[in-house]
Design a protein around this ligand. Structure first.
Ligand SMILES: Cc1cc2nc3c(=O)[nH]c(=O)nc-3n(C[C@H](O)[C@H](O)[C@H](O)COP(=O)(O)OP(=O)(O)OC[C@H]3O[C@@H](n4cnc5c(N)ncnc54)[C@H](O)[C@@H]3O)c2cc1C
Length: 325
């Protein structure tokens, strides 16, 4: 039997598992989180970007996917700690991990799919913020602004970024009565529908757009003092919280646990170098989902990418005597 270890049980990992099963292989899903669903789990917003699914929130979609995985009797282990991955391209892949009870296990597989997603960039992107601790007052989680939102009414919050997540955050905050400053470097790239909502808050004085670069952040007893570099430099005071929405980076810390004679090549921004089907530079190792640069990071592309990797595995192992017919 071709056994496939899938690290990451978000939409990409689950889609890959389903396709592996349909193609006659034996998939096993692992996740470091306690629940499957990946980024969808914490998102209670309607997800109107999947044909035929317009009534469901991302959270609901995650539950639907989980039900499908259970119905296919695909094995899932959550809350794992990955200790070591040994890759011997001609022999297979061994995963060393601890389960939620702390018991250590070793499992052997024919192929490995890494579907660990991407993570939000945070204060490490600003040299003047390195090694400084702000106890949650500077936050990079795209949905983190919902925490303690009620305490922010009529307070000033700075949102930094020009993409969808910055604009959604600014819209949520302004809608909750927060005085929002939205700092973008240049022309925003957020989708037009959310830009219109933000413009509406701006017209009603609930939000101020600021163009420029974050320059310094200091604290006093009233909150943050922020300076911005722009054509007309300015200072903002009494900022209670700063929400950074400045893009994403691949979540590939797990590669530090890999032992292999060959290297999984990565590009300038850290994304794995792959062919169009998710094959990495090492035989038997594949990637799927947001971690693959294949289109907009979205559920539909993650599902397609998981399917591609499964198909690539089936093709690559076509001649293998591991198939049980
Ligand atoms: C705020 C926000 C709103 C969004 N809204 C939409 C929307 O409305 N519509 C839409 O289509 N898309 C939306 N997206 C994008 C969508 O959620 C992602 O494109 C999709 O979830 C990507 O799926 P994935 O499986 O590649 O990664 P993820 O969903 O990120 O899943 C990755 C999984 O890997 C696990 N993992 C990480 N490291 C390891 C490890 N070492 N070992 C094992 N497991 C690991 C994680 O715990 C996680 O469960 C949104 C994203 C965000 C951030």
């Amino acid at each position: 039997m071709i056994s496939v270890c899938i690290l990451g049980a978000g939409p990409a990992g689950m889609s890959c598992a389903l396709w592996c099963r349909r193609l006659g292989m034996e998939p096993q899903l692992y996740d470091i989180a306690s629940e499957v669903g990946g980024t969808l789990i914490g998102n209670k917003r309607p997800n109107n970007w999947i044909l035929g699914n317009s009534q469901l929130t991302s959270h609901d979609i995650a539950k639907t996917y989980r039900n499908n995985i259970d119905a296919e009797k695909i094995s899932v282990e959550t809350a794992i700690k990955l200790n070591f991955i040994k890759i011997e391209p001609s022999e297979g892949i061994s995963i060393y991990y601890s389960n939620s009870d702390g018991d250590e296990h070793i499992r052997n597989y024919s192929a490995l799919v890494i579907a660990s997603g991407i993570r939000a960039r945070g204060q490490e992107m600003f040299s003047f913020l390195k090694n400084r601790c702000f106890k949650g007052a500077i936050n990079a989680d795209p949905l983190g602004h919902f925490k303690g939102l009620q305490d922010l009414k009529n307070q000033k919050v700075l949102v930094v970024g020009g993409g969808d997540n910055a604009f959604f955050t600014a819209n949520d905050l302004a809608g909750a009565g927060v005085k929002v400053k939205l700092l973008s470097r240049s022309t925003p790239i957020a989708q037009k529908s959310i830009q219109i909502k933000v413009k509406n808050h701006e017209l009603h004085g609930r939000l101020e757009r600021v163009i420029g670069n974050l320059n310094t952040i200091d604290e006093d007893k009233h909150g943050f003092i922020v300076t911005v570099n722009s054509e007309s430099p300015r200072e903002m005071r009494e900022i209670k919280r700063i929400e950074l929405r400045i893009g994403f980076t691949p979540r590939l810390e797990l590669l530090e646990t890999v032992s292999c004679d060959q290297v999984i090549q990565r590009d300038d921004e850290g994304y794995p170098v792959l062919d169009g089907w998710g094959r990495s530079t090492i035989h038997g190792v594949y990637f799927a989902g947001d971690i693959v640069r294949m289109g907009p990071p979205a559920v539909v592309t993650a599902l397609a990418s998981g399917a591609s990797s499964a198909r690539a595995i089936a093709d690559d192992f076509r001649e293998s005597n591991l198939w049980s017919l």
